[in-house]
Design a binder for this molecule. Structure first.
Ligand code: NAI
Ligand code: MG
Length: 503
């Protein structure tokens, strides 16, 4: 038996015990929790202390087949034909059960992702807002009656697909379940959800909390690895629509796998998002927002604002405020609500660390951070200091590629055109921040930047009603808002010839 000698470890040992006691982290199919067909398990790690959390069923093809069968039955036996109002009632009742168990879900998410407990709560509550939004918005969906001339009549309905697959990442497990599963179920589809191998626990619990509320088989969760359960969801013949959030290479792989059956995909991939500060901005507010834009969730967000493009005339002033805000952040135990916990998994911290080394090799200068924290209590976890680069050239790899960690850089520009050119000169186009007091400049920049969401004098801000998704390699399709309902339905045009009115 390993001895836990210090407080951080002792804290986590008892939190893991509390969060997992009596719970079976199995495969949820048809309203029941099962072992995997092969009776295999894997163990996600608590990144704050590097300790295993629980045994989780390791799903593969046979388990995805069983989940698809249950989802097919549930769709045929009524979920697909139910009125949106009744479906919405069931989703809202489930959401209320999730809200009643918010503490448990937040603790699981903190343990598996490493995010501060208050952030886990906030992220999950946002996810629940999405379930409620879709449940109501689906009630307001309408078809249309296009004009087709006097001799016929036509109407257009939107129908659900049937069984749909959701492949989730680890950075916002319940929030992204809200985005994807919420839209799928509200529009009458059933779901086979594959959570990330790093963070399956809260998602499994959420599915278990649906038991007795959602009809059996409406929501099935198959935990496992990407190249096993994930690949199986992406390629399954009877899954009619796939939604994925994660890396660009895996998104491409999912799209290839789905193409065998011409299955439509929604892909929400990465970002390398610009945060543009014009000389007339409120510099202090912009600087403080910049630190949150880059460091919320440890920079492990597709919409992190990582490229700080700052006008040369205000760069020094900006840096004063911004570096203070970065250096004020506490690193430590996410259960004690440090501003910043560990990165989510060991090899991911390695990747972030390698990008920082690469940035230095490429000739950039580190203004703050740059290494693991100098604190022996944190040695077993996957912590990394918030890191800021200066002297960055827009062509450097550190300026082009998604790091997905607490790493930002500052780059100065002198003209509007130069700012826009740098902002757009990456393969991504997900989000952007624009800071200016000039309304005309704000709208001009919003029009000129190629990204799916533009935030002016604020950063982050996606709410249930606003579509979210990327230009260029940041993705295909949109989540959130009414567009998500459109993504999860297909139109059917019905044409009826009108008889000659002679009797
Ligand atoms: P990933 O893209 O490998 O994993 C995301 C999900 O896809 C997980 O559920 C995984 O099991 C699944 N998956 C992996 N291979 C698959 C396959 N062949 N077929 C079907 N599903 C598969 O991302 P990973 O490894 O967690 O992170 C790597 C990088 O990806 C990050 O450093 C970051 O740059 C980016 N990323 C972006 C996210 C976003 O929010 N857009 C979220 C997570 C990662
Ligand atoms: Mg991967």
């Amino acid at each position: 038996m390993e001895e836990y000698t210090d407080t951080l470890k002792a804290n986590h040992e008892s939190a893991i015990e509390n969060a997992t006691d009596g719970v079976t982290f199995g495969i949820v199919i048809g309203g029941e929790t099962h072992q995997s067909a092969a009776e295999e398990t894997f163990r996600p790690t608590d990144p704050a202390v590097g300790a295993p959390i629980a045994d989780v069923a390791r799903g593969r093809d046979a388990d995805v087949d069983a989940a698809v069968a249950a989802a097919t039955t549930a769709y045929a036996e009524g979920w697909g034909d139910m009125t949106p109002l009744k479906r919405g009632d069931a989703i809202r009742e489930w959401t209320a059960a999730l809200r009643d168990n918010l503490d448990e879900l937040a603790l699981l998410e903190t343990l598996e992702v490493g995010k501060p407990l208050s952030a886990a709560r906030a992220d999950i509550e946002t996810g629940l807002d999405f379930f409620e939004y879709y449940a109501s918005a689906a009630v307001g969906e309408e078809g249309s009656v296009p004009p087709v001339g006097d001799d016929s009549f036509a109407y257009v309905n939107r129908e659900s697909y049937g069984v749909t697959g959701q492949i989730l990442p680890w950075n916002y497990p319940i929030l992204l379940m809200g985005w994807k599963v919420g839209a799928a179920l509200a529009t009458g589809n059933t779901s086979v959800t594959k959570p990330a191998e790093q963070a399956p626990l809260a998602v499994i619990r959420a599915a278990q909390l649906a038991q007795g509320i959602l009809p059996d088989g409406v929501l099935n969760v198959v935990p496992g690895f990407g190249d096993e359960a994930g690949a199986s969801v992406a390629s399954h013949d009877d899954i009619r629509k796939v939604s994925f959030t994660g890396s660009v290479p895996v998104g491409q792989e999912v799209m290839r796998a789905a193409s065998d059956d011409v299955t439509p995909v929604t892909l929400e991939l990465g970002g390398k998002n610009p945060f543009v500060v014009f000389p007339d901005a409120d510099v202090e507010a912009a600087a403080q927002t910049a630190a949150v834009a880059g460091l919320y969730n440890n920079g492990q967000s597709c919409d992190s604002g990582t490229r700080l493009l700052v006008h040369q005339g205000i760069k020094d002033e900006f840096l004063d405020y911004y570096l203070d805000a970065v250096e004020d952040r506490t690193i430590g135990d996410p259960l004690q609500d440090a501003n910043q916990g560990p990165l989510c998994y060991s090899t991911h911290r390695d990747k972030v660390e390698q990008y920082v080394e690469l940035g230095e090799k490429e000739g950039a200068t580190i203004l703050t951070g740059g290494s693991r924290p100098d604190d022996t209590e944190l040695d077993d976890g996957y912590y990394f200091e918030p890191t800021v680069f200066d002297d960055v050239d827009p062509e450097m790899r550190i300026a082009q590629e998604e790091v997905f960690g607490p790493v930002q850089f500052v780059l100065e520009f002198s003209t509007y055109e130069e700012a826009i050119e740098i902002a757009n000169d990456v393969t991504y186009g997900l989000t952007a921040g624009v800071f200016t007091r000039n309304a005309s400049r704000a709208h001009r920049a919003a029009a000129d930047i190629a990204a799916g969401s533009i935030w002016v004098n604020q950063y982050f801000g996606t709410v249930p009603g606003t579509p979210f998704g990327g230009f260029k390699q940041s993705g295909i399709g949109r989540e959130c808002g009414k567009e998500a309902l459109t993504e999860y339905t297909q139109s059917k045009s019905v044409h009826l010839a009108l008889d000659d009115p002679t009797l």
